[in-house]
Every structure is written in C-alpha cells, then in structure tokens.
Design a protein around this ligand. Sequence first.
Ligand SMILES: Cc1c2[nH]c(c1CCC(=O)O)Cc1[nH]c(c(CCC(=O)O)c1C)Cc1[nH]c(c(CCC(=O)O)c1C)Cc1[nH]c(c(C)c1CCC(=O)O)C2
Length: 343
Amino acid sequence: MSKPFNDAFLKACRKEQTPHVPVWYMRQAGRYQPEYREIRKKYTFFEMSEIPEVCAEVTRLPVEQLGVDAAILFADIMTPLQHIGVDVEIRSGVGPVIDNPIRSEKDVERLTEIDPETHVATTLEAIRILNQQLSVPLIGFAGAPFTLASYMIEGGPSKNYHKTKAFMYAEPVAWKALMEKLGAMTISYLKAQVKAGAHAIQVFDSWVGALNEQDYQLYVAPIMHKIFQALKEMGVPTIYFGIGTGHLLTEWNKLPVDVLGLDWRTSITQARAKGIDKALQGNLDPSLLIGPWEVIQERAKAILDQGMAQPGYIFNLGHGIFPDVPVENLQKLTAFIHEYTKR
Ligand SMILES: Cc1c2[nH]c(c1CCC(=O)O)Cc1[nH]c(c(CCC(=O)O)c1C)Cc1[nH]c(c(CCC(=O)O)c1C)Cc1[nH]c(c(C)c1CCC(=O)O)C2
C-alpha cells in the first residue's frame, strides 16, 4: 500500500500548523550522491533531462534516501532557455555556459516564445510519472528573469555582473523587452508544470542580490509582480529565493508570493524584525554540512527555535548542497529536525 500523502510542507507554505517542521534541501538531487554520479557518467546534463524516467528517478532518490518532506523536480533553471534560441550547455564544476550571449536590442528581438507542451514535454512527463510515485509534494521551479538574463548577457557565471548591469543601465528599452520575454516564458513554463501536477513553485533569483533596492524596484520588481500574480490563479503556493538578498526583503514582502527564502546571512529573527510577515524558508549555511555533527546540530537547533516561533516555516539551507557533503550528515539532520520539532 502506498504511504499517506505528507502535506506538512504545503501547510507550512500557507502558514498553517504542521505536525513537525517540514524540510527539503536545495540541490537535494546532485553530485553529493554516489547514485547521481553513476547516472551522470552516462549522459550530459541535458541528455539526462531528456529522459523522463531518469528525471523521475533522480528526483525521487533524495526523498527516499534522506526522508525529506518535499521533492524538487530534476531540471535546471537553464532548461527552457534552450527552446527560445539560447545555445546553453552545463559544464561540470563551472555551470551554465552560453555561446551566443545577448549584447544588443537585436539579440533580444531574436528570442522566440516557448510552447511547453512540445518544448519541455519530457519535464512535464517526469512530473506526471512522479505524481504516481511520490507521497510528498513535488516542487516545480524556474529561474527568475534577472538571474537568467545574467547568464545570457555574461555568457556564463560571473562574480560582479558588470555586463548585465551595464546593459540594464545603457539599454533600458531592450532590458524591459528582455524581462518581458523571459517573464512570459517563465509564466507559461510554470503554469504547464502546475497543470502537469507540481504542488508548489519555487522561483530562483539567485543573483539578483547584486542590485540595490532602488534598481531592484525599477528594473526587476515589475516583472516579478507579474509572474507571481499570474501564478496566483493556479492555486499553488509560491516561493521566491535569492542569495545575498537580505536588503531586498522589504521589496519582496510586497510581491504576491507566499514564501520567502533566506540565505545564511539573514536570520529568521532579523527578517521578522524587518516586518516580513510571509512564510519563511531557510537558512543553514551549506558549508556547515561537512561537519562536525555537533556543530551542525547546534546551528540547526538555533534556526529551528527562531522558525518555530510562529507558523509558516520550512527548514532548508541558505543555498544548495555542494558535492563534498556526506549523505549521512543530511540523513542525520533530517531526522533531527523531525524529532526536535515534533508536536
Ligand atoms: C543558479 C542556478 C543554476 N541552477 C539552479 C540555480 C538556482 C539555484 C542556485 O542558485 O543554486 C537550480 C537547479 N539546478 C538543479 C536543480 C534540480 C533540483 C534540485 O535542487 O535538486 C535546481 C533547482 C540541478 C543541477 N544543476 C546543475 C547540477 C550539477 C551538474 C552536473 O551534474 O554536472 C545539478 C544537479 C548544474 C548547474 N546549474 C547552474 C549551476 C550554477 C550549476 C552548478 C555547476 C557545477 O557546480 O557543476 C545554474
């Protein structure tokens, strides 16, 4: 018989009481798992993404292995971009690399529209398979326009986002067109994921912390408002996450989104003190996961004590798990969170 559906994560997103604090980990499917590394030997990243059964298996693995309260779909924020005219490749240890970066208004005009049912049929099929197999909610996701644009303009990972910001300041019309195109792609991609069966959506704006509050308001907030507003009609909880975005939380709190993700730099108490009244997710420093266990436990406890102060809290890391992390530490941590927060 299949297990009863565990909806603690969905309840926490909606700020309802839960039997324990729910937990999942960003990048819970990845190279820290020997099983993932084995599968990855056979395919490139995007080849893997093209086989629905493999995507489903890789998505399921951490749920079974770690006992987490949610699954996150195996794909990448760059997945949909391949279908709108971006030549992207994922290089191991580097990240996304793009052969035809955006440098002018003409490059923005070139971008085409996505048709999810044909372009990302594999991803949608993986969602349908997972819905038959999982007894925890499945999180669908996408990259936010700023973060996607940063890769498209820089041509790969960046430390300072000079080219991205220069384009934004120098070509405001082209920038707005780019945000609108990526926003439309994101809405259509995410709606298709929900229709296929995703129970919640996380939007990753990993690099938007590079902007100050004023530029965020001017150049990014309008498209984020549009995306979350469009998702509202789908009726699933939404999460917005970025790194080094503590200074943007007051702006984020105005968006029609349910949950805000915190990195390790901003504590839950600090976020609440700023008047953030949405559900929160985070925020153990992923570097702690290499150990020792006593330190992991002590830091997790401190975060849980803050999170449990009011309903609407989901345990997670401040950023993704990296390859050196021992699986065992994540197993122990998950069990500890469930035990310590049991009501
Ligand atoms: C910025 C970003 C990317 N991808 C993602 C983000 C936002 C979150 C964040 O800030 O980390 C999001 C992402 N990428 C992946 C997922 C799948 C679900 C999960 O979290 O388990 C998710 C949610 C798979 C992946 N995406 C990637 C891997 C590892 C790639 C591999 O197998 O070679 C996985 C499992 C590759 C990738 N893709 C990207 C990077 C920076 C890298 C890592 C490069 C490296 O260290 O090798 C772009």
